[in-house]
Design a protein around this ligand. Structure first.
Ligand code: AP5
Length: 222
């Protein structure tokens, strides 16, 4: 019997390294990466009314109303590839009502990863972050510099990546994180996110290997 695919949630403060780790996790485990922030930025890019509304909240560092976010996340979770390959939910849920909405639709994770990063590190990561609009890859001017002049020349910065805006985003994170954590307490692992991205990934890898072994054992015993 084929083991059930992995269902993972990853959470952490702004710029704690969620997107960076998701790149590494999807490459190794083939999960479908569903990032609430990316879905919202795609919606903004279409110029839709929902996108316009979302941008106003994002510029203030506040949570976008859940009617908008849940619709997008749910649609992506329901696609066949998410069911088939498993999913990696990044930046969702961010409130207890979002967690409740997921539960009502039967979306329960196997593991809830919390990246723990100190505040001074977060600010430095936000200010130095750059994105490649062509590949979607995340860079950092100091910690993950672009590999060529060509990439360097086209890098962009996110509209909410200023020191002032990250403080607002952090405030929102602190207001909500405990309520979400309390809903996934039994399956949460706290990862030290202050170290290099390879060292952070090694900690995640060891948790996922263990989980896969458990799932394989469970499927064999049926
Ligand atoms: P979102 O896009 O999710 O932003 P965020 O949570 O603030 O997280 P980031 O994307 O900024 O950071 P990250 O943790 O992915 O870090 P990264 O890997 O890039 O959300 C944006 C907005 O959308 C929210 O403010 C809200 O308004 C709205 N929204 C989103 N979800 C919502 C929801 N569920 N409900 C309602 N509204 C929602 O890394 C950061 C930098 O550090 C990079 O430059 C990277 O290269 C570098 N770096 C990463 N790891 C390391 C390391 N180990 N060492 C050194 N550098 C590193």
């Amino acid at each position: 019997v084929k083991p059930e695919p992995l269902r993972i949630m990853i959470s952490g403060a702004p710029a704690s390294g969620k997107g960076t780790q998701c790149e590494l996790i999807t490459k190794k485990y083939g999960l479908v990466h569903i990032a609430a922030g990316d879905l919202l930025r795609e919606e903004i890019a279409t110029g839709s009314e929902n996108g316009k509304q979302a941008k106003e909240y994002m510029e203030r560092g506040q949570l976008v109303p859940n009617e908008i976010v849940f619709m997008m996340v749910k649609e992506r979770l329901l696609k066949p590839d998410s069911k088939e390959n498993g999913w990696l939910l990044d930046g969702y849920p961010r409130s207890s009502s979002q967690a409740t909405a997921l539960k009502e639709f039967g979306f329960e994770p196997d593991l809830f990863i919390l990246l723990d990063v100190s505040e001074d590190v977060l600010v430095e990561r936000v200010v130095g972050r750059r994105l490649d609009p062509v590949t979607g890859k995340i860079y950092h001017l100091k910690y993950s510099p672009p590999e060529s002049e060509e990439v360097a020349a086209r890098l962009t910065q996110r509209f909410d990546d200023t020191e002032e805006k990250v403080k607002l985003r952090l405030g929102t994170h602190h207001q909500n994180v405990e309520a979400v954590l309390s809903m996934y307490e039994e399956i949460t692992i706290k990862i030290n996110g202050n170290v290099s991205k390879e060292e952070v990934f090694a900690q995640i890898e060891s948790a996922l290997t263990k989980l896969l072994e458990e799932k394989t054992a469970a499927s064999g015993s049926i």
